[in-house]
Each structure stands twice: as C-alpha cells, then as structure tokens.
Design a protein around this ligand. Structure first.
Ligand SMILES: [Fe+2]
Ligand SMILES: [Fe+2]
Length: 288
C-alpha cells in the first residue's frame, strides 16, 4: 500500500496539429503509463501548443479526457509563451499597424483568460468562479494535502523588450494576490508547489553569445517571484520553457524544470511526497 502522493510533471509539448502522429501516440503512451503506475496528479507547465492555436489545446484536452486525467484533482495546466503569443502574426501586425504596447499587453492577458476558460474544469473545481490566473488548488490525498499555486509568467511580445516573445514576467497583482493573508491561510498545513512556465534561472555559459541569448528567455521579475514563493513556504516550484530536464535550488526551494515532451517524449519528472512532508524527485523514462 502506498503512502506517498505521486506527481508526474511534463512540459513543452509544442503540439502542432494532429498530423504529428508519433508525438500524439507517445502522449497516449505517457498518459496510459502514468495511469497504470498509480500517479495521483499530472502537471503540465506550458507550451502545450507550438503556434498559439486553440486546436492544439483541444488535442491535449481530448487526450486527457480519454485517459481519465481531465479532472480538477487529477491534472493542472498553465500556459506558456507559445500558447499565448503568435510570433509571426505579432511581427506582421506590428509592421503593418504599429499598435500600442498597452493594447498588445491587453490582448496577451485576454489570451491567458481564454486559456483558463478552455481548461476551466482543471482550474476551478466546478464552482462558479471565473477561471483565471493566479489560481490555487488545495487537494487532499490520503497521504498528504497538496497545494498548487499557479501563475501566468507569459510576457506580451514587444519589438524592443521581448523580441522573441520568450521573456517572462509575472504580473505584480498576481504576486500580491498569492501573498495575501487569505491565500496563506488556505495553504497552511499543506505541501505547497509553485507553478509557472518560465525558469527562475536560465543556465548559460560564460560565452558572450549565450549571455546575449539568455536575456531573451529570462523571467524578468524572478527575485519578486522567489520572494513570494518563500513567503508562502513553497517547497518546490515546477516550470518548463527552457527545454532542459534539470533541478536546482534557490532560496531553499527546489526548482524542477520538466524539460520538453516534444524533444524527449518518454521522459517525465516524478515527485513523491511523503506523509511527513519529505519528498524525492527523479527524472524517469517510460519503458519502451
Ligand atoms: Fe517551449
Ligand atoms: Fe516557452
């Protein structure tokens, strides 16, 4: 009899239509494997779609439904930059219309709202609240109570500040909401997991070319994010974006990068949380 809560974490699927049969087959196999292996909860940390298409979200939703994962207590998803930003369109539109940055930011926020509405059943547990970021899930499992605190870290495209659309920011109002006394009270006594798409640390090298690239991927207000994660006593933070399976510690919190399902579709991160609040993590491969 198991006494731990088992969490599986995948990221960056970058689904590009239903033509990519092999990747979709692998997704079937992954979800099936997680089922038979007794995983309690699945986290997908963004970039479900490659080109910001709702049709790709529908493909993921359909797979989750078919394998019995499409339930609030079974799966949590957040959006990535590829879900909310259509880079080619942004550039074309910008060149043609040169819209105000404020409008662009509003459009990106609205897209995040449609993401939450699309995956409504995974965000709001069936009540009447409007699904939106940030959202908090407090889930009671036999071994432990688990909270997931999910933020949107996607930063609107900008020709100067975010030319690749890959830079992240978490809206200060989201961080304030998470740090509020009401949320902290709701989280008390549970094992707290932070969740967003962007990495706290983008590991580059000393090469100037890499450093020049790093800023285009970074989470701009990472210090504020880390501060809030510490305030709510998050034990781990799950993310993706930087397509690399890795773990690192910052401010006493373990950060886990779920890599990319698109490029390594057998691999996932496994997190076991014990009754006493201790946890272990490893990257695991599903058997061929
Ligand atoms: Fe990605
Ligand atoms: Fe990303």
């Amino acid at each position: 009899m198991k006494h731990d809560v088992h969490i599986a974490h995948i990221s960056d699927l970058h689904i590009a239509g239903s033509g990519e049969g092999r990747q979709l087959q692998d997704l079937d196999r992954m979800l099936e494997y997680l089922n038979v292996s007794g995983y309690d909860h699945l986290v997908i940390s963004g970039d479900l779609s490659d080109r910001g298409r709702t049709e790709d979200w529908a493909i993921v939703k359909d797979k989750l439904v078919r394998h019995g994962w499409y339930h609030w207590e079974r799966t949590t998803v957040v959006a990535g930059n590829h879900d909310l930003i259509r880079l080619e369109e942004e550039m074309r539109f910008y060149n043609a219309m040169n819209p105000l940055q404020g409008l662009r930011e509003r459009a990106c926020r609205q897209r995040a709202e449609s993401f939450c509405r699309f995956f409504r059943e995974l965000v709001t547990a069936g009540d009447d609240t409007e699904p939106a970021f940030p959202f908090i899930k407090v889930m009671r499992f036999p071994a432990a109570t688990l909270s997931i605190v999910a933020c949107n870290s996607v930063h609107a495209w900008s020709p100067t500040d975010n030319p690749l659309g890959a830079r992240g920011v978490i809206d200060p109002s989201e961080l304030r909401a998470i740090a509020s006394p009401a949320v902290r009270k709701a989280l008390s006594g549970s094992f707290v997991i932070g969740l967003c798409h962007h990495a706290l640390k983008v590991y580059g090298t000393d090469r100037l070319l890499d450093q020049a690239f790093d800023w285009t991927m970074e989470l701009k207000n990472r210090d504020d994010f880390l501060q809030v994660m510490r305030e709510i006593d998050a034990r781990v933070v799950l993310h993706g974006h930087f397509h690399r399976f890795q773990t690192y510690t910052s401010g006493g919190i373990e950060f886990i990068n779920g890599g990319s399902f698109r490029y390594a579709s057998k691999r996932f991160s496994a997190l076991w949380i014990a009754e006493d609040g201790s946890f272990t993590q490893e990257f695991s491969d599903i058997p061929l």
